[in-house]
Design a protein around this ligand. Structure first.
Ligand code: PEP
Length: 262
């Protein structure tokens, strides 16, 4: 019997919001959800601030008992040492991060992160008790040449090398052509690729892992389109970029269950 997966709505802030803006944002988001009587148990919320904000956000979540998950946007393949500018997964764990984004298309493109580097980062995350949010997705050129699922499936297969069956992972299917473009995939397209990604997890790690792993869709998610994605059986949430920086919009995405029938 299929396990039920708690939906996850994750906000990737990228290089936006300094630590003071982060405090104002998180407080406002929390109160917006409270005012709307949002059911905290029904949807998990996580934010991924820049590294320099994490300590401040952690302190706020802790002090005000705000039930949001926290994560880094990247981590080093190394645990410590002479790696100027890098951030260890050990440091993220110490800051009570539960998650770390790995292999975002912007890292793959602007920092030349290969599938091997992504796989090494997944291992680094697991070594430090962090749940990797493994991002995969095809470019517009890939889509034309190979179709929608071949590239993301290959990226995921590579990222999962050596991942044990009891590992907690999250997968984010983010078609590169949909990120920041305003042109989201259709729910059908997202479902088709997410189902194939679940099959990859099943083949490489195991059926139980595949069954309990949350697979998110990302790419121009907005309050107006989230419900369509969340109706799909293999889409368990969203990784949200631009819209996660606007309190009312992000709150409406989190509260998709209120407009899922629209
Ligand atoms: C992202 O970069 O992870 C993303 C999904 O961005 P956006 O929502 O802005 O398309």
């Amino acid at each position: 019997m299929a396990v039920s997966r708690t939906p996850l709505i994750a906000g990737n802030w990228k290089m936006n919001l300094d630590h003071l803006q982060a405090v104002a944002f998180v407080q406002k988001l929390y109160w917006t959800l409270k005012d709307a009587a949002h059911d905290e148990e029904s949807v998990e919320v996580a934010v991924f601030p820049p590294f320099t904000d994490i300590r401040t956000v952690q302190t706020l979540l802790d002090a005000d008992k705000i039930p949001f998950g926290l994560g880094g946007q990247d981590l080093s393949t190394h645990d410590s040492g002479a790696y100027t500018g890098e951030v260890s997964g050990a440091f993220l764990s110490k800051l009570a991060c539960g998650y770390v984004i790995i292999g975002h298309s912007e890292r793959r493109e602007y920092h030349a992160e290969s599938d091997d580097v992504v796989a090494a980062k997944v291992q680094a995350a697991l070594r430090h008790g962090l749940t990797p949010v493994i991002c995969v997705g095809e470019t517009a050129a890939d889509l034309e040449e190979f179709g929608a699922s071949a590239v993301p499936a290959g990226q995921l297969r590579a990222a999962l090398a050596g991942v044990p069956a009891d590992a907690d992972i999250v997968v984010a299917y983010e078609p590169v052509w949909a990120i920041g473009s305003g042109q989201a995939a259709t729910p059908d397209q997202a479902q088709d690729v997410c189902a194939k990604l679940r099959a990859v997890i099943s083949e490489t790690v195991g059926a139980d892992t595949a069954d309990r792993t949350r697979i998110l869709y990302g790419g121009s998610v907005k309050a107006a389109n989230i419900a369509g994605f969340m109706r799909e059986p293999d889409v368990d949430g969203a990784l949200v970029g631009g819209a996660s920086l606007v309190v009312d919009e992000f709150a409406a995405i989190i509260r998709y269950q209120k407009h899922v029938g629209v």
